[in-house]
Design a protein around this ligand. Sequence first.
Ligand code: SF4
Length: 354
Amino acid sequence: MRVGYPRALLYYHCFPFWKGFLEHFGHQVCVSGQTTKKLLESGIEKTVGEACLPVKIFFGHALALKDSVDAVFLPRLVSLEQKTYICPKFMGLPSMIRASLPELPPLIEVEVDARKDGLRGSNGLWRAACDAAVQLGDGSARQTKAAFHAGQSMQKEYEQMLLAGLDPNQAIASLDCRDSWDNRERDRQRSSGRRNGGKAEGRGTGESGLSSNMPKPNILLLGHPYNVHDGGFNLGLKTRLSGMHFRVTTMESVPARNALYEADKLSKAIFWSLGRRMVGTAMHLFAAEQVAGVMHLAAFGCGPDSMIGEVVEREARRLSIPFISLVLDEHTGEAGFLTRVEAFGEMLTRRGRL
Ligand code: SF4
């Protein structure tokens, strides 16, 4: 069966798990293309005005799969880890899609709720995987377990690539040619070992995800993965920053356990799963004194984004680290947005930090 997976929202967070799981059963996983103006407009047309831009983009991606797949995979995300929640829009998403896009092929709708899952450490995925297998008419309990492990293994491999410095888009592309990734990683480690006179260097970025002798000023680009890694949403921000000779660090390059350790030091716990990780990432990198400035990328009208931005901004100001908040919606003008980005970059360069 050809199963469609929209390249939007938590695609950048957990797609590799579902890819590994579905492919183990022999399904062909088809991902929608990059976010374009046309795709965005098709999503806007079908969503209610008050939905945030990432949700509108999701609608566009779901529609783009309409004629090319037999089913669309659509997890209903409630909680990604114990004692935390995710934005309510994720819970309502399958219902919104079902009501607004009746032209889509059948939906494979599974609930991911870490609070209800009986399997320790699966963060809701085991229960969701069993449910998905039933809806797809796939295999026995033993086969489901094997597919689940295939998904976990692919997700782990993906996360290792992110820690090694790969962009999520590159890492996902590499999953289709695992051998070449393994070879490249081996070659990279060999050549960096040679450069260091044979000394072991780990992943080359250390626990903080940063090299200690990196010459370029380092910008922490903070935001939900679907805002940071979707160039169609953020007007190609990452590429533009690299073109301005900045090194761009995102939350994926810091190990989750380090980020969560820092986040747990806050006097009040953050109960948004990704928000907790974002704040912890910023605090971890601030402590390592390797951030020249912070760009917080948010969607207009997003409650979690405004709260997380405020927490990180306060901490950055306390440490005299420049901070800028960039809020986007479908009406954001490219010229004004880029002027702010360039002005911030210019200011960082002049400060000559790092
Ligand atoms: S967290 Fe914010 S940007 Fe993400 S879906 Fe919810 S409202 Fe939209």
